[in-house]
Each structure stands twice: as C-alpha cells, then as structure tokens.
Design a protein around this ligand. Structure first.
Ligand code: ATP
Length: 353
C-alpha cells in the first residue's frame, strides 16, 4: 500500500490536556479510513490538524510525499465536509455545488460539465434547481458531499457526516458513501463515534483512546481480535469473566478453567478477563459434558435475535447470550428456565485493560 497521507508523531495539547498524543498512521490511496472513539478521545483535533485548521505541537503531516504541516488549509488538496452541511440557503443545489469551482475560476461548459457529473454521481440531477430548504436531511447531506467531491480533492475528510440523519437514512447513506468512495477513487477519512458506522464503511479503523491509537485494524480484525478490554468493549458487546492464567488454563472463580484462542500468549499468574461475544455463547436445554448450568434471568426479543441474560452460580453480572430467534430451541426459552452453556475456545480471548 503506497501511503497517500502520513501522520508522523503528531501531538497537540490544549493546556494540560494532551488531545492528540504522538499519533502515527498512514492512509492509502483509495482507502476508506475511519477514526473512531469515545467523546473527547481526540478524533476531531486530529482531523482538524490534517485539514490545516489546527497546528500540531509536534510531528509532521505528509500528503503524497510532500510535508504539508505548515501549509494553509485552503492550499491543501484536501476537503473537509462538516457535520452541519453549511449550504448557502439562497443558492439552488447546482449553485451550491458550482460555488467552489467558480472560486477557482472554472467557468462555462467546463463548469456545467463538472457540476452535472457530480450531481449524477450523488443522484441529485432531478433536484438541481431546488433550494436547500426544499430538501430532506439526506438530500442536503448529498449536496454537501457533491460540493466536496466536485473539487476532486486527493483526500476527503468527513466529520460525523451522518450525525444529523435518522437511523434508517444513516444506514442507507453508509452504503451510499462507500459506493461513492469506490466510484471516485478519492481517499475518505471519516470521523465517527458510531462503531457500527465505522465497521460498515471503513477498510480500516483507528480506534482512539485518550489521544492515542488503541488499535488500528480492518473491521473484522478489530471485532474478532481486539487487543484490550477497552477495544472489545467499544466494538460491539462483550462478556468479561475475570480470572487468572494458571498452568492448566484460565481459571474463572465459580465457573471453571478455560482454554482460549490466545491462552499460550498469556503469562502464568496474570490477572485478566476472559472475553466472549454474546453470539458465541451456545445454549443447551439438557446437561452435556463440559458445560455449566445457568438460569435465564431476563429475555429480550429483538425480532431477528433473542438476547438472554443468564445468571451463573456465584456471579453478580449476568452472562449475555444472543441467539437467532428462528432457532427451534428459542421457543422454549423463558424466564427462570434452567439451561446449560459453553462457547468454542477459539472464539474467546484473554484480555487485559
Ligand atoms: P467528540 O466526539 O466529543 O467530538 P473528539 O474525540 O472529537 O470528541 P476532540 O474534540 O478532539 O475530541 O477533543 C479532545 C480533547 O481536547 C478533549 O478533552 C477536549 O475537551 C479538548 N479540546 C479540544 N479542543 C479544545 C480547545 N480548543 N481548547 C481546549 N481544549 C480542547
């Protein structure tokens, strides 16, 4: 992968707060990259430094091999799409899209051709003469995208681009953004606090924690091989069973001793947590060798899946299981029912903080 953007040892503090703390990352040509993390982890500060609205205290930002750390925002071949779409209310859709090109001196047939092309790309040709007030949230979002894409930046930065949309529209736009990114070949760097959004759209995700990268990986690796409790907890849902690595496995008080995918990597005597995704918990209506007993303590029907809260002997926190509602045994599950459970060792991990 040849890097389009390199962030090398970049730091930024506001008074005593290290908002971004020595971050290194490289984004490939044509890559859809997501910066993900809880509120205050430094995503926006990093994005603003890449855009040129904030100056790093330390480190360098390199685009296509050229150091742009000191280059002004308007001189960088980078566009930033804001969460509030900032459309001009008195201009129609085509006018809003044309504006940036007109500022660059593009005129006449070239201007119309480029505006028409990008309106077709975001499927807004029919609405070219509408004013922003006559558009839905999703349509406004697409105008903002068209406006950013028409300038053909090398890199498009998107700050919580779908934040203003309702859930259904967000899901639709996530697929659409991904399609647009692939069709235009422009690298996208999106900032989001929504893990589902990052998993759906991104080729790779950097999960930030307190100004640092907690893990940088493809979505599947981040979900299936989180490197810490923090990552496992942020991406999806996870059960954690605290215990200790012993010679014969990972011992969880009151439950037993378990094998896990990364057992061999854990030091003898280390205290940690055994992490199991709810969808990996297997349930049985009869006792079997090697399983442990539980009682159904809560049950939620989500349409496609059932969420079960399982009470285990000697444990305060429930073990959460997620099973397809269509499973024949799901019809038998009820509050208070005694069941047995286990999980495949290959789908459990031992993690520390
Ligand atoms: P959110 O998802 O809430 O937007 P974020 O991950 O984008 O959060 P940042 O906005 O980058 O986080 O902020 C990182 C840290 O830096 C926070 O603790 C924030 O309070 C602090 N911070 C950001 N901008 C400033 C500023 N201009 N002055 C002082 N502190 C700031």
């Amino acid at each position: 992968m040849s890097a389009l953007l390199e962030v090398a040892g970049v730091s930024k503090s506001f008074g005593p707060i290290a908002a971004v703390d020595k971050i290194d990352l490289a984004i490939g040509q044509n890559e859809f990259f997501a910066l993900l993390g809880p509120s205050g982890c430094g995503k926006t500060t990093l994005l603003r430094m890449i855009a040129g609205f904030e100056v790093p205290d330390q480190g360098r930002i390199i685009l296509d091999g050229i150091d742009i750390t000191g280059v002004k925002a308007n001189r960088r071949p980078i566009n930033l799409m804001f969460q509030s779409y900032a459309l001009f209310p008195h201009m129609d859709v085509a006018g809003n899209v044309a504006y940036g090109l007109e500022m660059e001196g593009v005129r006449g047939a070239e201007l119309s051709r480029r505006v028409d092309e990008v309106l077709a790309l975001v499927q807004l040709t029919a609405l070219a003469k509408r004013k922003p007030a006559q558009l839905s949230g999703g349509q406004k979002q697409r105008v903002a995208l068209a406006r950013a894409l028409v300038k053909r930046p090398k890199l498009l930065l998107l700050d919580e681009p779908l934040g203003a949309l309702d859930k259904k529209l967000r899901e639709q736009m996530q697929i659409e953004l991904k399609r647009l990114q692939q069709e235009t070949g422009i690298a996208f760097l999106v900032v989001t606090h929504d893990q589902e959004e990052a998993l759906t759209m991104a080729d790779r995700i950097a999960l930030l924690r307190s100004g640092r990268i907690a893990q940088l990986d493809a979505p599947r690796a981040l979900y299936e091989r989180p490197n810490s409790r923090f990552v496992a907890d942020f991406i999806g849902q996870m059960n954690f069973l605290d215990g200790m690595r012993q010679a014969d496995g990972f011992a969880v008080p009151n439950l037993g001793t378990f094998d896990a995918l990364n057992l061999a990597e854990i030091e003898l005597g280390a205290s940690a947590s055994l992490a199991v995704r709810p969808e990996r918990v297997q349930l049985y209506l009869q006792e079997q060798p090697g399983v442990f007993a539980a009682e159904i303590d809560g049950l939620a029907y989500l349409g496609q899946d059932l969420i079960l809260h399982l009470k285990l002997a000697g444990r305060a926190a429930p073990l959460i299981a997620r099973v397809p509602a269509a499973n024949p045994q799901s019809a038998d599950f009820a509050q208070g029912l005694r069941v047995w459970c286990d999980w495949p060792a290959a789908h459990s991990l031992i993690l520390s903080a």
